[in-house]
Write a protein that binds this ligand. Structure first.
Ligand code: TRP
Length: 454
């Protein structure tokens, strides 16, 4: 297939920022606190950190490596490296997962957009009573028009950016927005820590109660590790495919992980100091940050200003993640099916919107419609985050550790990282052991255990 030269990131920083932009999103600020809240706090967080260090880190390196070596989308990459239908299907599963994740992710992103308007409209002045902010959130999400409307608006924004090509928009935007979001989170953390009763939040976050941990919890921790790093479905692979051979993969992976983990932990402190200081319940599920943060803003000088800024930045963080989800699907149809970028964006943006509608309705008309005890929204999240992503990670590690062959993988990994591996050869040994044995075996055990098979 004749191909135009593929776009690349304009600089080393470009890749790190775009990949960090994909990683840092609702997963850190919205999902991490509520999932930790539902799963007992500190013990869950330790498991999550362990999953990041011993499973997600080597898999992240593997994903970026496959992408950079092949310069292709997930399906094209496996076609090029193996050609076996099974591995091509693994790439296809990633594309499916991306599609499913985006469909509910954009619903929550819509809430964030909607909260910009709530903040500007001054709604956050009334939340001094326990429960009032939560009730406000419930009211909003019970409105079909509000929920579907902002969801549609967010999808339109995502499509617009991917439509105009990723490079300028994402790279440039991320350079300004991500540091700003970081600074704002630190300000909110200071506010959180100085609330009366903040220490109970810190205790909940950092003082583990191991009795709450089950096989399911470990699976949720693993799923969260994959979700927050955009791993297991080829997003990092696709971003890696635009990376230069001169760049250092392991160091870039480490940078992404450090940034992402910091944002999650800081968000945890912001939310849980507020949850306990205000007597809210840590266990309310997906609405958690929308219940608690407005109360924090109410209690801050200049609260409205910070609230507006926060929800703008949160929406942008969500946008830099959402585009990475849509980009994977689009890249596949552009690379392998010869579609124009514009057609792929419009067709798949529209399908994602359709698939997301039942998720948007899960908070109102479909609230009582449960499959395996979950709403449609919950089911989409569970299947994609907790099943498809770990499964994708399992196959990626098996592929790199056993199928592709280290004799081909390692020279590619060394490009751009010659000095690092010359100085610290044990790093390479460690990665080989982890990607070959630790990651696949652990993921496999966690999946079996959660399915009740061991
Ligand atoms: N990592 C993003 C977040 O935490 C979400 C995301 C973007 C994602 N791309 C992904 C999750 C690919 C899984 C796979 O908000």
């Amino acid at each position: 297939m004749a191909k135009v030269a593929r776009e690349q990131w304009s600089s080393k920083l470009g890749f790190i920022l775009a990949a960090a932009g994909s990683a840092v999103g609702l997963g850190n600020i919205w999902k991490f606190p509520y999932v930790a809240g539902e799963n007992g706090g500190a013990a869950f967080i330790l498991l999550y950190l362990l999953c990041i260090a011993i499973i997600a880190m080597p898999v992240l390196v593997a994903e970026i490596l496959i992408g950079r070596t092949t310069q292709r989308n997930p399906v094209g990459a496996f076609k090029q490296l193996s050609g076996k239908p099974f591995w091509v299907a693994v790439g296809g599963m990633g594309i499916l997962a991306g599609f499913m994740i985006l469909s509910f992710y954009a619903v929550v992103s819509g809430w964030s957009l909607g909260y910009i308007v709530e903040a500007i409209a001054g709604k956050f002045y009334d939340f001094n009573e326990i429960g009032s902010s939560g009730a406000h959130f419930t009211n909003l999400t019970q409105s079909v028009v509000w929920n579907v409307g902002y969801f549609a608006a967010f999808m339109a924004l995502t499509m617009l950016i991917v439509y105009y090509g990723v490079q300028n928009g994402i790279e440039r935007g991320s350079k300004i927005m991500m540091p700003l979001l970081f600074i704002l989170l630190i300000i909110l953390m200071i506010r959180g820590l100085t609330l009366d009763g903040a220490e109970r939040g810190i205790d909940f976050l950092f003082n583990p109660d191991w009795s709450v941990i089950t096989g399911k919890t470990v699976l949720v921790a693993l799923g969260q590790a994959f979700f927050t790093l955009s791993l297991g479905m080829g997003a990092m692979l696709t971003y890696g495919s635009y990376m230069s051979k001169k760049d250092n993969i392991p160091i870039s992976a480490l940078d992404i992980i450090i940034l992402d983990t910091l944002v999650a932990l800081i968000s945890g402190v912001v939310i849980f100091t507020a949850v306990f200081a205000t007597g809210e319940n840590p266990n309310v599920g997906p609405g958690l940050i929308f219940h608690t943060l407005p109360i924090v803003f109410t209690k801050m000088p200049g609260g409205i200003f910070f609230a507006v800024l926060f929800f703008i930045l949160l929406s942008i963080a969500a946008l830099t993640s959402a585009i990475s989800l849509l980009e994977v699907v689009v890249a596949y149809f552009v690379d392998d099916k010869n579609w124009s970028r514009h057609k792929a964006v419009i067709v798949f943006g529209f399908f994602t919107f359709l698939l997301g509608i039942p998720s948007a309705l899960s908070f109102n008309v479909l609230a009582d419609f449960k499959i395996f005890g979950l709403t449609f929204f919950g089911l989409m999240d569970y299947i994609s985050s907790n099943i498809l992503l770990p499964l994708g990670g399992l196959f990626i590690s098996i592929f790199v550790g056993w199928v592709w062959g280290f004799n081909k993988a390692v020279p590619n990994l060394k490009q751009g990282a010659e000095k690092l591996f010359d100085n610290y050869p044990w790093m390479l040994t460690l990665w080989k052991i982890f990607i070959r044995y630790f990651a696949p075996v652990l993921i496999f055990l966690v999946l079996l255990n959660a399915l009740g098979l061991i």
